[in-house]
Design a protein around this ligand. Structure first.
Ligand SMILES: Cc1cc2nc3c(=O)[nH]c(=O)nc-3n(C[C@H](O)[C@H](O)[C@H](O)COP(=O)(O)O)c2cc1C
Length: 283
């Protein structure tokens, strides 16, 4: 279960990917962890720089983490000039997670990343589509079909659509597959709320929930998706141990991503790979 795999033409040394947004651009992780990953998925890159949300951006919940980073990133040009060359030297294939405000921005991102050595795109459809009144792409299966179809014209390489766990996920998944997606990443964080009591009254902190709390929810989505689509599934949601990863592989995923676990323990990806290896030997 930890050997090399192929996902729609993309070869990985092992099925573990570092999840978007949870390892910075590698500055804070030991080089050994970065090199051991099957693939590195960057945080969301937009056409223009984004400042993100004001702090606090993270809140702990009993079994999870709520984040409201607001997709802070340096924008495409600065990413290509200052960050990508360093990531490409690490070794594992680099996948770039892209986010656009509308179809045109997604297309310009894909065009701008062509010929740069990037091994694949992960298309974040959880972001609002400004041309549809701010409704997330993930709520609009026909919009996703059109988006993926147009991306396919400019990006023939590996392309995974990162699904949102909310909205009509099965219809969106099928539309993405029919339009030519090479894989589906299941799934992004769940919209959630934390209430903080302060002397001036309650403070409401909205954000995306990740970590162990979401694992059974996303595991079900992967299991159901595996019965509905033929393209490979990349699981993402609450993987903290080799057993968690194995559950997703048994439910029908071909690869998996480790996110919040890396924030808790920078060496978690190494531990998860060795636990998974042991589990598969024991079976
Ligand atoms: C701090 C933080 C930042 C994230 N940034 C992104 C992002 O830029 N793009 C994206 O598609 N997902 C992003 N995610 C979602 C993760 O990639 C992952 O899909 C999600 O956290 C579920 O996996 P986990 O429970 O292993 O963390 C982020 C998650 C966290 C916790």
């Amino acid at each position: 279960m930890t050997g090399s795999i192929e996902l729609s033409g993309l070869r990985l040394a092992n099925p573990l990917m570092l999840a978007s947004g949870t390892w910075g651009f590698g500055e804070t992780l030991p080089g050994e962890v970065l090199r051991a990953a099957g693939a590195l998925v960057t945080k969301g890159i937009s056409l223009y720089p984004r400042e993100g949300n004001p702090p606090p951006r993270l809140a702990e919940t009993p079994c999870g983490l709520l984040n409201s980073i607001g997709l802070e990133n340096p924008g495409l040009e600065a990413f290509k000039a200052r960050i990508l060359p360093r990531l490409l030297k690490i070794g594992p294939p680099v996948m770039v997670n892209i986010l656009g405000e509308d179809e045109e921005e997604f297309l310009r991102l894909a065009e701008g990343l062509s010929g740069t050595g990037v091994a694949g795109l992960e298309v974040n459809i959880s972001c609002p589509n400004v041309r549809r009144g701010g409704m997330a792409f993930a709520y609009d299966p026909e919009g996703v079909r059109r988006l993926v179809g147009r991306l396919r014209e400019v990006w023939p390489g590996f392309l995974s659509v990162k699904l949102s766990p909310i909205g009509p996920i099965f219809e969106v998944a099928q539309a993405a597959e029919e339009a030519g997606a090479g894989a589906l990443t299941c799934a992004n964080t769940y919209p959630a709320l934390v209430v903080q009591k302060t002397p001036r009254g309650p403070r409401f902190h909205q954000g995306g929930l990740s970590g162990p709390a979401i694992k059974p929810l996303t595991l079900r989505l992967v299991y159901e998706l595996a019965r509905r689509v033929k393209i490979p599934l990349i699981a993402s949601g609450g993987i903290l141990s080799g057993r968690d990863a194995q559950d997703y592989l048994l439910a029908g995923a071909q690869a998996f991503q480790v996110g919040t676990a890396t924030l808790l323990d920078p060496e978690a990806p190494l531990r998860i790979l060795s636990e998974l290896d042991e589990l598969s030997r024991a079976d």
